[in-house]
Each structure stands twice: as structure tokens, then as C-alpha cells.
Design a binder for this molecule. Structure first.
Ligand code: CR6
Length: 805
């Protein structure tokens, strides 16, 4: 958008005074941020409104992305960048005597997601808007996001995340779009007409956040729902205190679980709540198209992001049957053609199931519909596929509702999130389904926002790339490949190294302020940031660090490549193993960081409260990107793509999207180690892996593992034992010991390579140059053209918008 710096400064001062009746300079940074965010939102407000109207007027197909989590990261800088006014805002603030960094730091991060799944949804929101697709989010406005992690005596403590304390500058409360969601009560059919008795009603109130596309291509909406007591009940004094509490609870907390499922009634309530609100609203707005509901799937696509929103299927059926009065067959065909489902995990414990009696009690009409879906599914498919296949795939089994089954049966498309993952789904985890309906199965490898993770998070690198290859890559990431022409250009490589060094310095400063540790910025920055989970194997890195510690203790004079190990990870509060790993990492760090033999050679840092905002500081400073899950377990990973984009070399197993990274950069530009998926399968099938035997017969492994329980590291009696038991007593479920030597060797190779700076920088550049295909823009294009069958709008050529300012 076009706006002069002077105009901006003037607007900002006025906006501040309007809001706080005081002067900008005297405000707190939180106030300065809130006024600035509100001002930028006001700049796009008319355009946002016009785009919403235009979609309807032009009858453009809309895509609704249903996700129980989003992880948008901070909005301010990214939005200013997408509006092409980041420079103006930064300089304007400076001229007004304000500290822009402090202002951006004051923005509360909306941590309304757990990890990769939510962050992916937000990358897709950004890409959709940037490409001009009508792609909108539908989710929950949790008043408390994922807990804030505090490390106390090495342990993780969880504190509430009150991100809305100072209000959210980007959201608009749209109470006129409120809808009623019905829970409980009795429902019976009067002919074909359902009669509801004694239901417990909740109002879903919409809070809309603009999703601002790059160069303002379009502005879409992320709609988050908040639960409130119906105003009528309130006005007539019918709502009890318990009712208020029960309603409040629905959108109070995000479930702090990653990849595992917690069977709580409240969670089921959350799922139906945001799904019902979303579907009802879509159907209402669809009426404005004034076409027959039979054409719904030509105008609307509903994406079910993991199984949590799978109730969208029976909810859509409910409206088509009960309100639109269609026949079952008509409604079912429309539903299938409208809905598509993405699976994000192969972990069995993360496959969502619900006890049928619970579903029946909470949402009786929906349960009736699910029973009918199940009944017809069996009736129609048994003669074709036989009893066995039908029994194993039906949605209701042994009094449990299988959400993935419902999602697959009610969708026209089922996709995994990386090549290997999609293969595992169709050949193993969901094989029966893919045998029956192979046409539904496809792969959509995840993608990331290059705008957020490079343009904004690493502006110096953005400049360098543009200096070399021009600016086309900013909107056409595949052309980053042109950068390969510079792989032997010493001046470019040394600039690349300087930028990395500056980013390491920035991170080092943060570590100094927050951890009180001065890290050696000439050392390799080795980064492992992701949720803490046994399958992701943070404990394997821990074993590696202990191994290096022993090496240094045995050989204090050795020529040792210095390294700083950086961890960032939250553990689900009830996940004992994960929490114990955090404690042990912190205690091992304490010993190593205070040992003079390790000084400036080996350092271990656990960064507290890792999340979307810290990622943007850590990723540009990473040199080794640790992606060390057991092959076959990580569906995709996206941190791997973000670090590669910033020039880190991947240390990885052939798992998830590492396989694709490997196919782009080749073995020589990353460090591949560990068992292949087929090898893991073979060990599992034959039950032929025995970690205790390995431990007993391998002195190196034994020494490292014993150190968890023999007092080498103080204060880990219980936690060290947990990891020891996992590895030895419980047979090392994720093959950490089996992969140990291969991992250590790959790490040695990395250390050796790092000594040759030119070679390292060249490989770093090759990684950057090959990261274009992982842009979320391409991922969204693939979803749009192959699943949603949605078109982007024709792009405007003038990049300006008219505002009233
Ligand atoms: N935990 C996968 O485990 C994937 C993301 C996004 C995950 C991860 O490999 O990159 O989804 N799965 O597709 C779930 O959340 C269920 C994740 O973030």
C-alpha cells in the first residue's frame, strides 16, 4: 500500500490519542503496540470488507480450513511486511522517538496451537491470502493459549498464558454473526423432523482476524469462536452460575497435548462447538449466493485439518437434512464432495476415538446421523468389499466412534503431509481404506512461509539473495535455485557467513540475558527445537552430548570442534518421560557449562518457553538442524524446512519431509544417519531388537547410559532413571541406542566439515537455493488445484489500496 512516512506518523499519533487519551511517547510499549496494531488493521479494514463482498458478488468458491489449532505467531511485522510498509513503520517509529524492537516485543503471541499442526495451518492462511485464494480459517478463540514454560531448578513448570490480557489489536468481535450451538437434551424424530427438548444452548460469538496477503493480494478471514451464555437466558435471568462456568470453560483453554489424545468431555465439546458454529455460518452465508444447496460443493470446500473437526461431516449432513430438507443420498453426496481431510500422524495413540455413549449424550442429533452413516456404510459396502474390510473401516466399532474413519468416509480426499507419510498411510495405517477407495488418497507435502521465516526473520539474508538474483524469488520461490550459480563465489559465501554470524550474536545476546550463559559464537550452533516427544528423540541428542563430554574429560587437550547445543521444547504437562528429559538436559547442561574442561568447547543451552516467536530468533542462527526422529514416526516436520531455508545443514534420519529435503540437496549436503523405515519395520516384525544386549556388549553406549543413573550428573536420580528404564528395561522403543553410533559418526562428520569454512558455507548456500519447493505457496496451490478445486483471483497490477487515511 502507498502511504508516506509523515502520514503514517500523523495517523499513529492520532490513533494513540484516540485510544488512550494521552500522548504516544508517554505510553507503555504495550499501549504503543496495541495502537499500532489497531492502526494497521484500520488501514486494511475497507479493503477487507470489499474483498468479503467481492467473493460473494463474484460467486467465487470459498475454502474453509477447519482447525482446532492455529499458531499465527506475532502479527505486527509480518502484516506490515505484507502491506509493504514495514520500512515506513520502522523508520516512522524511530523518528517518533520510539523503540520499534520494544514495540514488537510487547505483542503477545497467540499461542493457540501446540506445534507443527497449528503452525502449518497459519502458514497456509498466509500463503492463501498472498496468492489471492479465498481461504479462511475456522477455529477456537482460546482465552488461554499453550502454557508458558518456566524452568525452575531444571524442571518444566507450566504457567497460564493470558495472551488476551491487553486485548488483541487484530481481532474484530462480530456479534451479529453469532450462532446457537445446542448440546445435550433429548432429540426425537417427528416424521423426518427432529424435535429438540431441554437442550443446553451456547452462543458462539465470532472474532475475526484479517489474514493479510503479501503485497495485499487479498485479505481473508481467520474466524475464531468464543462461547457465551445466550443473551435471552441472561436477560431473563435463567442462567445459573454453573451455566456461566460451564460455558466459559468451553473456550477457556487449549489442550496442551501434542500428538496424543486426551479423552475429555470438554475436548469433545470444543470440537463440536467450533465445527457447528463454522458450518452453520457457512450455510448462512452460502444462502447469499442464491443457488441451490445441491451446488454447494461447487461454491464451498471444507478442509478438515486432522480429525478434531471431523464432526463437520455429520453437522453438514444435519443442516442439509433437517434444514434444507434434502434426501439422505443427496445430502451425503454433497457432503463428500465438499469435505476433504488431512491426516498428520501415524502414531496410534494419537488416533482419536470417542466413547459412543458420550457422543450420544452430548450431541444426540449428531450421534443419530453418525449411526446412520455407519449403518448405510456397512449395508452398501459389505456386498462389494466383504465383511472383514467393512468391519475394520466402519466409523463405529465396539462402542467407540473412530474419528479418522468418519473423516475418510465422509471426504472425497485424504492426504498425508510428506511423501513417506502418505505412503505409510496408504500401505499400512489406513491400508484397508486405500484398498477400498484408492482414488481418495494423495500426498501434499507440507510447506512453510518464506515471508515469515526469511523475509521478516532474516532480512539481511533476504537482501543478500536479492542482491545476487534479483527480486523475482520473493514471489516465485522456486527461482531461488538460481542462487546455485553463486556456490563458488567467495564474496557471496563470506557475506553469507557474516550474516549467520550476526544472527548467532543476536541469539547469543538473548541467551546471555535469559540463561545467563555466554556462548561461544564461533562454535557450531546445533539446534533442536520442537515439541518434546520420545519419538522425536531429544534423548538421543542428550546421549550424544554426554558422549562428547566424556570425550573431553578423557582428552582435555584434544583438538575439539566447539559446539553449542541449543534446545527448545515444551512437554505436555502429563507426559512424564518428556518432562524428565527436560530436567536431565538442564542438569547435564549445568555440569557441562561449569566444567573448565568444556569451556568454550561444549555448551548446552535450554531455551525456556520455545514457541512461534522465539523460533524466528533461533532459526536464522541455526547451523545444524536436528531432525532425528525414528524413521517412520514423524509425519513431516516443518522446522526442517525453515532451518534449511536459513542455511542450516540438516542432521537427519530418512523420515518425514527429510526424505524430500534429501532428494533436493543430495547426501553430500546434509548428514543422513540411522535406520531406514524398512529396517525399523523388520526389527519390529521379528521382535529382534534387544537394547539390553546392545547396552551390555557396547562399552561406549554402556558408559553413556550408566551416567544417567550413576551420579555423574547430580540431581537426576529419578529423571535419569526414567530415561534409563525407557532405554534398557523397556527395550528402547524408538531405537535410540541402535542409532547411536550412526548418529555420532554423522555428528563427527559435521564437526570435521565445519573446520572447512568454505565448504560449509557452500553447502549452506546449496540448502538455501533448494528450499524454494518447500514454500507454503506451492503447497496451497496443490491443495487448491487438486483438492479444493478453487481458483485464485486475478491479481491486481497496482499494489496500492485506497484508505480513508
Ligand atoms: N505434531 C506431525 O507430527 C507435522 C505436523 C504438521 C504433526 C508433524 O510431523 O509436520 O503435524 N502432527 O503436518 C500432529 O499434530 C497430529 C505435529 O505437529
Amino acid at each position: 500500500m502507498n502511504i508516506s512516512k509523515e502520514q503514517f506518523k500523523d495517523d499513529y499519533q492520532k490513533a494513540f490519542t484516540n485510544m488512550y487519551a494521552s500522548t504516544l511517547e508517554g505510553g507503555s510499549s504495550t499501549q504503543q503496540y496495541t495502537a499500532l496494531g489497531t492502526l494497521l488493521r484500520s488501514y486494511v479494514a475497507e479493503y477487507w470488507r470489499d474483498e468479503r463482498e467481492r467473493y460473494i458478488k463474484e460467486g467465487q468458491k470459498q475454502v474453509f480450513y477447519f482447525s482446532i489449532e492455529f499458531l499465527p505467531g506475532k502479527f505486527l511485522e509480518n502484516n506490515a511486511n505484507n502491506m509493504d510498509i514495514l520500512d515506513i513503520v520502522e523508520e516512522g517509529c524511530k523518528e517518533l522517538g520510539l523503540d520499534f524492537d520494544e514495540i514488537t516485543a510487547a505483542e503477545a503471541e497467540p499461542a493457540i496451537g501446540n506445534g507443527g499442526l497449528g503452525r502449518l495451518a497459519s502458514c497456509y492462511m498466509d500463503a492463501g491470502a498472498s496468492l489471492g485464494y479465498p481461504l479462511h480459517g475456522n477455529g477456537i478463540r482460546y482465552r488461554h493459549g499453550l502454557f508458558r514454560q518456566k524452568i525452575v531448578d531444571g524442571y518444566q513448570a507450566e504457567l497460564p498464558d493470558n495472551w488476551l490480557r491487553h486485548r488483541n489489536a487484530w481481532e474484530v468481535r462480530d456479534h451479529k454473526s453469532s450462532v446457537l450451538v445446542r448440546f445435550g437434551g433429548n432429540v426425537y424424530l417427528d416424521g423426518f423432523h427432529p424435535v429438540y427438548e431441554d437442550t443446553d444452548d451456547v452462543v458462539a460469538v465470532a472474532y475475526d482476524i484479517p489474514m493479510i496477503g503479501y503485497h495485499l493480494s487479498t485479505v481473508n478471514t481467520m474466524r475464531l469462536w468464543s462461547a457465551e451464555v445466550p443473551p435471552e437466558e441472561e436477560e431473563e435471568g435463567l442462567a445459573s452460575k454453573e451455566k456461566y462456568e460451564a460455558v466459559d470453560e468451553i473456550t477457556e483453554f487449549l489442550y496442551p497435548d501434542d500428538s496424543s489424545y486426551e479423552g475429555k468431555l470438554l475436548r469433545l465439546k470444543q470440537e463440536y462447538f467450533f465445527v457447528s458454529a463454522g458450518i452453520q455460518t457457512i450455510m448462512k452465508s452460502f444462502k447469499r449466493y442464491q443457488i441451490s444447496p445441491k451446488d454447494l460443493s461447487e461454491k464451498i470446500a471444507i478442509h478438515i485439518n486432522d480429525t478434531h473437526p471431523a464432526l463437520a461431516i455429520p453437522e453438514l449432513m444435519r443442516i442439509l437434512l433437517d434444514e434444507e430438507k434434502l434426501t439422505w443420498d443427496q445430502a451425503w453426496e454433497i457432503t463428500i464432495n465438499t469435505c476433504a481431510y488431512t491426516n498428520h500422524t501415524v502414531l496410534r495413540e494419537a488416533m482419536e476415538t470417542w466413547r459412543c455413549d458420550m457422543v450420544k449424550k452430548l450431541i444426540p442429533r449428531i450421534y443419530m446421523i453418525i449411526e446412520e452413516i455407519d449403518r448405510r456404510y456397512v449395508e452398501q459396502n459389505k456386498p462389494i468389499y466383504g465383511d472383514e474390510l467393512v468391519q475394520s473401516t466402519r466409523p463405529i466399532q465396539d462402542d467407540y466412534l473412530h474419528m479418522a474413519h468418519l473423516a475418510i468416509i465422509g471426504s472425497h480426499s485424504v492426504n498425508g503431509v510428506a511423501g513417506l507419510h502418505s505412503k505409510i498411510l496408504s500401505e499400512d495405517v489406513l491400508r484397508d481404506f486405500s484398498e477400498m477407495t484408492p482414488h481418495k488418497f494423495n500426498n501434499k507435502t507440507n510447506g512453510i512461509s518464506q515471508r515469515r521465516y526469511l523475509h521478516v526473520a532474516n532480512p539481511e539474508l533476504r537482501e543478500l539473495i536479492s542482491e545476487c538474483i534479483g527480486e523475482d524469488w520473493l514471489t516465485n520461490p522456486a527461482s531461488m535455485k538460481v542462487l546455485l550459480a553463486y556456490q563458488n563465489d567467495q564474496s557471496v559465501l563470506s557475506k553469507l557467513a557474516d550474516i549467520k554470524h550476526q544472527n548467532k550474536e543476536k541469539l547469543a545476546q538473548y541467551i546471555k540475558e535469559n540463561n545467563g550463559i555466554e556462548v561461544n559464537t564461533d562454535a557450531i550452533f546445533d539446534v533442536l527445537i520442537k515439541r518434546l516427544h520420545a519419538y522425536k528423540r531429544q534423548h538421543l541428542q542428550l546421549l550424544h552430548i554426554i558422549h562428547l563430554y566424556f570425550y573431553l574429560k578423557d582428552n582435555p587437550q584434544a583438538d575439539f570442534q566447539p559446539r553449542v547445543f541449543i534446545f527448545g521444547a515444551k512437554a505436555a504437562p502429563s507426559y512424564v518421560f518428556a518432562k524428565d528429559v527436560i530436567k536431565v538436559i538442564n542438569e547435564v547442561a549445568e555440569t557441562i557449562n561449569n566444567d573448565p574442561d568444556c569451556k568454550d568447547k561444549l555448551q548446552v543451552v535450554f531455551i525456556e518457553n520455545y514457541g512461534a516467536a522465539l523460533a524466528e530468533l533461533i532459526i536464522p542462527a541455526a547451523e545444524i538442524s536436528e531432525q532425528i526422529s525414528l524413521a517412520g514416526k514423524e509425519a513431516s516436520g516443518t522446522g526442517n524446512m525453515k532451518m534449511m531455508l536459513n542455511g542450516a545443514l540438516t542432521m537427519g534420519t530418512l523420515d518425514g519431509a527429510n526424505v524430500e529435503i534429501n532428494s533436493f540437496v543430495g547426501d553430500e549436503n546434509m548428514f543422513v544417519f540411522g535406520l531406514r523405515k524398512e529396517e525399523v519395520d523388520r526389527y519390529n516384525e521379528r521382535a529382534s531388537y534387544n537394547s539390553k544386549d546392545l547396552y551390555k556388549s557396547d562399552a561406549k553406549i554402556k558408559r553413556v547410559v550408566d551416567s544417567l543413573v550413576d551420579g555423574t550428573f547430580p540431581r537426576i536420580q529419578i529423571e535419569g532413571q526414567t530415561i534409563y528404564d525407557h532405554l534398557i528395561t523397556h527395550n528402547d522403543e524408538y531405537y535410540a541406542l541402535k542409532d547411536f553410533h550412526s548418529f555420532v559418526e554423522a555428528q563427527e562428520k559435521a564437526a570435521k566439515l565445519y573446520k572447512n569454512k568454505d565448504e560449509w558455507n557452500k553447502k549452506s548456500l546449496i540448502n538455501i537455493a533448494n528450499s524454494g519447493p518447500f514454500s507454503a505457496d506451492y503447497a496451497v496451490q496443490r491443495y487448491a488445484s487438486e483438492i479444493w478445486i478453487a481458483q485464485p483471483k486475478a491479481m491486481r497490477t497496482d499494489k496500492s489500496i485506497v484508505t480513508s487515511h
